[in-house]
Every structure is written in structure tokens, then in C-alpha cells.
Design a protein around this ligand. Sequence first.
Ligand code: AP5
Length: 218
Amino acid sequence: MKKNIIFLGPPGSGKGTQSQRLSSFLGYPPPLVMGDILREAVKNKTPYGLKAKSFMERGELVPDGIIVEIIREKIFEPVYENGFILDGFPRTIRQAESLDKMLKEKNLDGSLLVVKIDLGEEEIIRRLTGRRVCSACGANYHIQFNRPKREGICDACGGKLIQRTDDMEETVRNRLKVYKELTEPLVDYYRKRGVLKEVNGTGEMDEVFKRILKAIQE
Ligand code: AP5
């Protein structure tokens, strides 16, 4: 039985980049990325999307009730029955407690491993304000560190690259504030349970990936 893995860390620390790599490397299904699920809901104007939109644009967290309902529908899909990777959930103590309850119902308590990526604030601002995403397939680029072959065009699907509205500097700073206040307490929550692995997120993507592999194999 594979572990269920949570990626934790401030916005822009590399959770999306690294969770994607880890899932391919270890043969997990693609990560459940809460931000992507919400952006898709906003794009399709679903009831959840309509409620989530303004919170996301301001860099605030979407209310716990909505998030927990979404995740409950997702994590018990058959594709995840041999293990899942979560990116962007949980982000509050209440969300973490809800996840614990869900796992307990399925006798999966004890299956968790939490990878926390650490990164300093100035590097976060640099990474997020330079990030570009494909408007068609969601692939991730950076104007300096991870450039597409043709400027403004996605290598994978030829879609147009855009900047996320919440990647403007002012909103990024608010996301960091919200992270410190509401999400950082999860570090202690999981540390006390002995399931936390902390990884330095500075340096090349390959270097960070190697650190993650080493940490989870320990
Ligand atoms: P979400 O989309 O999850 O945003 P986030 O957590 O702020 O994370 P990011 O996607 O911005 O960053 P990341 O850590 O994945 O970094 P990445 O790998 O892309 O959430 C958005 C919003 O949705 C939230 O603000 C909230 O409103 C709502 N939401 C989501 N989940 C919620 C929840 N559970 N509860 C309530 N609300 C919720 O990397 C960033 C950039 O750096 C990229 O350009 C990448 O190419 C580059 N990069 C990565 N690694 C490196 C490296 N080693 N060196 C150089 N560049 C690098």
C-alpha cells in the first residue's frame, strides 16, 4: 500500500512542480491540485466556482466548507485507492481535521506522509511574478527559470501563456500573509504526529526533487 502524500509549503515554493514529478516517478495518479480544481470550477462557472472566484482573486482562502466537500468527492474515486498526492489541501487546521476523519472512515489513518517545502519570501516573489501558465492545458513556465521554446506559447499544446491574476506582486504578498496565519500552523500539527518531512526548496528543480526523494525514503 502506497503512502498518501501531502505537499505543504508557501505559495510558489514549488509544490505543483515537485508533486507532478513525484507522481510520475513513483507511479501515482496525477496529483490532486486544489488550486487547479478551483480554477477549473471558476472557468466553467460551476456553483463552487462562482463562490470561490472572488476569494481567489484577492489571494484569500476559499471557505473550508466548500473545499472539504470538493475533496471528499475526489479522494475516494477508484483511481486513488492505491494512494494519492495532494497539493494545496489541507490549508487550515479545520481542513486537516476533516481529512483525518475521512481517512479514519476508510481505515487509512496512519497512511499519511507530509512533504513541506521551505522557501524564502523574496525568492517566492521572484518565482510567482515570473510564472506563466498555459491558458489551454495549465502547464507551468517561468520567464527566467523555465522558459518555453517559443515565447508566450506552450511547448506541450501550443496554447497561449498567461499570467495568473493572483500572481501580481500585491496579491502574492497577501497570499503569503494568509499562508503564515492559517496554513503554517499545520507544520506543527503534522510534526507532532511524526509524519512531516521538511525539504529546502532553493536551487535547481532537479536538486529539490532529489532532496524530496531522499526525505521520503528515509
Ligand atoms: P494554488 O494554485 O494552490 O496556489 P499556491 O499554493 O499559492 O501555490 P502555487 O501554485 O502558486 O505555487 P506552487 O507551490 O505550486 O509552485 P509552482 O510549482 O507552481 O491556490 C490558489 C488559490 O486557490 C489560493 O490562493 C486560494 O484562494 C485557493 N485555494 C487553493 N487551495 C485551497 C484550500 N485548500 N483552501 C482554501 N482555498 C484554497 O512554482 C512556482 C513558479 O516557480 C513556477 O513558475 C515554476 O516554474 C517555478 N519554479 C518551481 N521550482 C523552481 C526552482 N527550483 N527554481 C526556479 N523556479 C522554480
